[in-house]
Design a protein around this ligand. Structure first.
Ligand code: GLU
Length: 460
């Protein structure tokens, strides 16, 4: 018995060393890509117990293969602004992993976009998509274009130029982009139009998040935010708790944030704060969603405009200050690394009970550790925000069948997908000896399906 235990300890140590070694190579081969390193580190740390039980993943070099995207393209996006001046942006598409289906994942238009951001997002997307249980591989793309302050004409010309190049690499059975930060149904519309013109055929399933009149799915707009709340509600239910009667803080005021607020309020929570990249609003009476929707979706104003209509509300400059607002449940729905260790500590000191990540990788590694150490219920992004891409896959299914489902049908499927993701993540955490740790559980559950498919398909 003693010898077996000793051997097991030695083996654990050598697996840890192996994982460490692969990670060091990732850092060396991808210098200055901090976000990519961070995403890889989190997954690798979770996988040690799986690798111990399944040496085939080591023998088949699955980790080494997973940290290398299948393909990444970077391209020039020239366009003419309203002054007649030529502008040039850089476009990307990472076709990360196609083991379980065509590449699938959004496009992000934001000045911060670079190879590191796109690779971290593609890496995360691969496991997230696997968790949904649907046949979709991982991809991501975007450009360092800033849609803020651009006219509709400028946005259209940019989207057309971007798609002129991207269209060479995508297709309904190859790679299916969608939206992300800075890309909503307007941008998807312009890109779909250009793709259709270039192809000379109507391939509805090439993009998701389309307008409802030409192949879009009901509930897609709401799906990421609603899905995050469904996931967190499931996690709370397990502890005999719920959104009902709780105070909630939701960062951001984009698509994910707005519909997370809507669903949380529908389940009986009081949402008291939200933000944009300039600052945050606090409304003790509960945020008025109709005002936020009008300000952000119709008028395209900054969130500070809210306080002129709601005199009890307070606007504060500096968006990270939102984490000083006391709450029971925090839903970071803005962007990567928006909660650092200091903000996490602040949330814990103020008594936060649960955190649900609606954005991609919104918590730094030490922030996640702080939540877990302090027994905060923690719903990691890959699992909690998978509802958006899950409904995208349902949009693809409707496009293939040439029909459209009702809002209730899609919403019902979304709820059951989120419940399944929760159960599978919880079960994997239990099976591998870290009950309740959904970070590890989600990473493992997402990984195993992709890794097994890769092995079955040979070294390609
Ligand atoms: N950008 C979203 C995500 O991070 C959705 C992607 C999609 O619908 O393909 O999952």
């Amino acid at each position: 018995m003693k010898t077996i235990e000793k051997n097991q300890n030695l083996y654990t140590k050598s697996v840890q060393q192996y994982v460490h070694q692969v990670f060091e190579t990732v850092k060396k081969r991808n210098p200055n890509e901090d976000e990519f390193h961070q995403a890889v580190k989190e997954v690798f740390d979770s996988l040690v117990p799986v690798l111990e039980k399944n040496p085939q993943y080591i023998n088949q070099s699955i980790l080494e293969r997973l940290v290398e995207p299948e393909r990444i393209v970077s391209f020039r996006v020239p366009w003419v602004d309203d002054q007649g001046k030529v502008q040039v942006n850089r476009g990307f598409r990472v076709q990360y992993n196609s083991a379980i289906g065509p590449y699938k994942g959004g496009l992000r238009f934001h000045p911060s976009v670079n190879a590191s951001i796109i690779k971290f997002l593609g890496f995360e997307q691969t496991f997230k998509n696997s968790l949904t249980g649907q046949p979709i591989g991982g991809g991501k793309g975007g450009a360092d274009f800033d849609p803020k302050g651009k006219s509709d004409g400028e946005i259209m010309r940019f989207c057309q130029s971007f798609m002129s190049e991207l269209s060479k690499y995508i297709g309904p059975d190859t790679d299916v982009p969608a939206g992300d930060i800075g890309v909503g149904s307007k941008e998807i519309g312009f890109m779909f139009g250009q793709y259709k013109k270039m192809r000379g055929g109507y391939e509805a399933g090439v993009l998701t998040g389309k307008g409802l009149g030409y192949g879009g799915s009901l509930t897609r707009k709401e799906a990421t935010g609603y899905g995050t709340v469904y996931f967190v509600e499931e996690m709370l239910k397990d502890q005999g708790e719920s959104f009902k009667g709780s105070t909630v803080v939701v960062s951001g005021s984009g698509n994910v944030s707005i519909y997370a607020m809507e669903k949380a309020a529908e389940l009986g929570a009081k949402v008291v704060a939200c933000s944009d990249s300039n600052g945050y609003i606090y409304d003790q009476n509960g945020i008025n969603l109709e005002t936020v929707k009008r300000i952000k979706e119709v008028e395209k104003q900054r969130i500070s405009a809210y306080v002129s209509e709601h005199p009890d509300a307070i606007y504060t400059e500096n968006c990270s200050g939102i984490w000083t607002v006391p709450c029971d449940i925090a839903l970071p729905c803005a962007t990567q690394n928006e909660i650092n260790q200091i903000s996490a500590q602040m949330l814990v000191s103020n008594g936060v009970k649960a955190v649900g990540e609606g954005a991609n990788m919104p918590s730094t590694l030490d922030a996640v550790e702080t939540f877990l150490e302090n027994n905060v219920l923690f719903a990691p992004a890959k699992a909690a925000n998978a509802g958006g891409v899950a409904v995208s896959a349902l949009e693809m299914a409707q496009n293939s069948a040439r029909l459209s489902w009702t809002f209730e049908e899609v919403d019902c499927k979304l709820q059951s997908i989120m419940k399944n993701i929760y159960q599978n993540s919880k079960q994997a955490a239990q099976e591998y000896g870290v009950p309740g740790n959904l970070v590890v559980g989600a990473n493992i559950a997402g990984f195993v399906k992709v890794a097994d498919a890769m092995i079955e398909q040979g070294v390609i």
